[in-house]
Design a protein around this ligand. Structure first.
Ligand code: SF4
Length: 234
C-alpha cells in the first residue's frame, strides 16, 4: 500500500468517525427533548380562583410564560417574558406539593405550548384541570374546564376576537369591561355563561354593567368582581 492510499483510507476513517459521533450527539439531543418535554413556566402558586364561574374555589395556578397578544389593561405583563423551563414530571411534582386537587393553567397565553402532556400528568395525579385562554390559538384539549376570554386586540385575527371552534367547547366566556364599546364586543351567540368583569374591579364600571344586565336581560350574562383582589391575595 503506498502513501496516497494510506491518506485516502485515513480520510475515510476520519469521515466515518465524524458521522458516528454526530449521530450519537443527535440521538442524545432527541432523547433529552423527548424526556424533558419542557414547558416555559412563569410562576406557580396556590390561591383561590378569583374570577369566573368557579370563583371561590381553592386552586393551584400554573402561569405559563409568553403571550401572543399585548392588551393595554394586561395585569400579568411579567408573563410576556421567556419563562423557566421545566419538564412536565417536575411540574407535576411541584403542583402536587400544593395538595390542592384543582389546577388552573393560565398565562400569558397557555395555548402557545402543547398542553396535553401536562394535563395528562395532572390527571394521573387525580387532579381536575382548567385552562384560561384568550381563544386565539386552537388546541383540542382533554381539559375539565375551559375559560375563553376574548380580547379586542384579536379582532384582526377573528371576527369575534376568538377562534370559533371554542364556541361549542368552552365552559364559560369572560369579558373584561371598561366601556360601552366592550359590551358591543360580546358575542351574543354564546350559550354558556358569559362573565362580565369590570376592569380593575372598578365600582363605577360595575354599576354600568348592572345597568346593562337590566337592559339586556340575558339569562347567561353575569357580573363578577375579582374576588382575590377584594381579599388582597394573589
Ligand atoms: S391575552 Fe391576557 S395575558 Fe395576554 S396580553 Fe392580553 S390580558 Fe395579558
Amino acid at each position: 500500500m503506498n502513501d496516497s492510499n494510506n491518506a485516502y483510507y485515513l480520510r475515510i476513517i476520519a469521515c466515518l468517525c465524524q458521522i458516528y459521533f454526530s449521530s450519537l450527539f443527535l440521538v442524545e439531543e432527541i432523547g433529552a427533548s423527548l424526556y424533558n418535554r419542557g414547558m416555559e413556566v412563569c410562576e406557580l402558586f396556590r390561591s383561590i380562583q378569583g374570577e369566573g364561574w368557579r370563583q371561590g374555589r381553592l386552586a393551584c395556578f400554573i402561569r405559563l410564560a409568553r403571550c401572543n397578544l399585548r392588551c393595554s389593561f394586561c395585569d400579568t405583563q411579567y408573563a410576556w417574558e421567556k419563562g423557566k423551563e421545566m419538564n412536565v414530571e417536575e411540574l407535576g411534582e411541584e403542583v402536587g406539593a400544593f395538595r390542592v386537587p384543582y389546577a388552573v393553567i393560565t398565562g400569558g397565553e397557555p395555548m402557545l405550548q402543547d398542553l396535553t402532556p401536562l394535563i395528562r400528568q395532572l390527571h394521573t395525579r387525580g387532579m381536575e384541570v382548567a385552562i384560561e385562554t384568550n381563544g386565539t390559538l386552537w388546541q383540542d384539549s382533554e381539559v375539565d374546564w375551559l375559560t375563553v376570554s376574548p380580547k379586542q386586540e384579536a379582532l384582526e385575527l377573528f371576527p369575534h376576537g376568538y377562534d370559533e371552534r371554542f364556541l361549542s367547547v368552552a365552559n364559560e366566556f369572560k369579558y373584561i369591561i371598561s366601556s360601552k364599546k366592550d359590551i358591543s364586543f360580546i358575542d351574543t351567540r354564546i350559550s354558556s355563561p358569559v362573565i362580565l368583569q369590570p376592569v380593575n374591579n372598578d365600582l363605577v364600571v360595575a354599576g354600568f354593567i348592572l345597568a346593562i344586565l337590566e337592559e339586556e336581560r340575558r339569562k347567561n350574562w353575569f357580573l363578577r368582581m375579582r374576588l382575590h383582589t377584594l381579599l388582597g391575595i394573589q
